[in-house]
Write a new protein. Structure first.
Length: 313
C-alpha cells in the first residue's frame, strides 16, 4: 500500500529526487519480499506440517518466510534478483524478533507432551536452531559481500547459505511433526469414551432404560467415525504394513459388531428375563472392548514409542 502513494508523488513531482528515492526504496523492499516468498515456496516451505495449533502453525510459516528473506538477501532468488547486502541485517532482525515467540511456544508444547520421544525431538530441534540461525546470518552477510571474490569463492559462500537454510527448514519441520505427535491424544480419549459408552449399552439394556440405551448408541455413532478416520490416518502414516493390516482388520470387525450390539441390546430390553439374549449381548460387548484395546495398542503412542511402532500380527 505504501508503494502506490509514493508512485503518485513521483508522478506529481517528477523532478523531486527525494520522492523518487523513496519510491525506489519501497519498490526494492517489495521485490525482496516477493523474492523471499518465491524462494520459500521453491523449497516446499509452505504449508508446514499441521501441528493442531493454529498459533504455532502460523509462527512456523512466518519463520520459514523470514529464513527465506535472509537467504535471498545473501544470495538472491534464482532468476529474480541479485544478493542485497543492505537487507541482510534487516532480514535477520525480523527473524530475531520472531524466533523467541516460536521457541517459547514450542517449549510449552514440549513440556505438555505425553510422548517423551516427541518432547526430545522438539528440544533437539530448538537446540539446533539456536546454532543454525546465527550461522545463517554470518554466512548470508559473507555471501552478500562476495562481489569481489573469485567465482568459485562466491559460489561456495552461496552454497553454504543454501545448506544452512535447508537445515533450518528441516528443524522447523521436525518441530511441527513432533508437536503433532506429542499433543494430547484425542484419539486415545475417543477410544476410551467409546469403551465407556459400549459398557453403558449393556448396563442400560439390562436395566431396561430405553432412553439411556439410545443415548449410548447415539454417542457411539458420533464417536466411532472419528476413531476410524484417525486410526486409518495413523496407520497409513506409520508406513508399517503390520500396523495397517491390524487396524483394517479391527475396524472391519467393529463395523460389524457395533450394529450387532445395538440389536442385541434391544433384544434384552424386550426380553429382560431371557438369559441367552443377555449372554449374547455380553459376548458381543466383550469383543468390542477387546477390539478397542487392540486398536489403541497400535495407534495410540505409548511411553517412549511412536504410534504404530510395535504392531503385532
Amino acid at each position: 500500500p505504501q508503494n502506490e502513494p509514493a508512485a503518485k508523488e513521483v508522478a506529481a513531482a517528477p523532478k523531486d529526487p527525494s520522492k523518487k528515492a523513496k519510491l525506489d526504496t519501497l519498490a526494492g523492499r517489495v521485490q525482496d519480499d516477493v523474492d523471499a516468498i518465491a524462494a520459500a515456496l521453491s523449497r516446499d516451505a509452505l504449508p508446514v506440517e499441521t501441528t493442531g495449533d493454529s498459533e504455532l502453525d502460523d509462527l512456523l510459516k512466518r519463520e520459514k518466510v523470514a529464513v527465506g528473506k535472509v537467504e535471498t538477501a545473501g544470495v538472491g532468488a534464482p532468476g529474480t534478483s541479485e544478493a542485497n547486502p543492505k537487507n541482510v541485517s534487516e532480514a535477520t532482525d525480523e527473524l530475531k524478533r520472531l524466533h523467541p515467540q516460536l521457541e517459547q511456544l514450542a517449549r510449552d508444547k514440549a513440556d505438555r507432551s505425553r510422548d517423551p520421544a516427541a518432547k526430545k525431538r522438539i528440544q533437539d530441534a530448538l537446540g539446533n536452531l539456536k546454532t543454525l540461525l546465527p550461522q545463517q546470518e554470518v554466512a548470508a552477510k559473507e555471501a552478500a559481500n562476495a562481489a569481489k571474490d573469485s567465482p568459485a569463492s562466491a559460489s561456495s559462500k552461496k552454497a553454504k547459505v543454501a545448506d544452512l537454510t535447508d537445515k533450518i527448514h528441516e528443524n522447523l519441520d521436525a518441530i511441527a511433526e513432533a508437536v503433532a505427535e506429542g499433543r494430547p491424544d484425542d484419539l486415545a480419549d475417543d477410544i476410551q469414551r467409546e469403551k465407556a459408552e459400549a459398557n453403558s449399552v449393556v448396563a442400560n439394556a439390562e436395566a431396561g432404560d430405553v432412553d439411556g440405551l439410545q443415548d449410548s448408541v447415539t454417542s457411539i455413532q458420533k464417536i466411532h467415525p472419528r476413531i476410524a478416520e484417525k486410526a486409518k490416518d495413523r496407520a497409513e502414516k506409520s508406513r508399517n504394513p503390520a500396523t495397517q493390516k491390524k487396524v483394517d482388520g479391527v475396524l472391519r470387525e467393529l463395523q460389524d459388531l457395533l450394529p450387532q450390539q445395538e440389536a442385541a441390546a434391544k433384544d434384552v430390553v424386550n426380553n429382560p428375563h431371557d438369559p441367552l439374549k443377555k449372554a449374547k449381548l455380553e459376548a458381543i460387548s466383550d469383543r468390542i472392548q477387546e477390539d478397542l484395546d487392540a486398536l489403541a495398542e497400535v495407534v495410540v503412542p505409548q511411553s517412549g514409542t511412536t504410534s504404530g511402532g510395535d504392531a503385532k500380527e
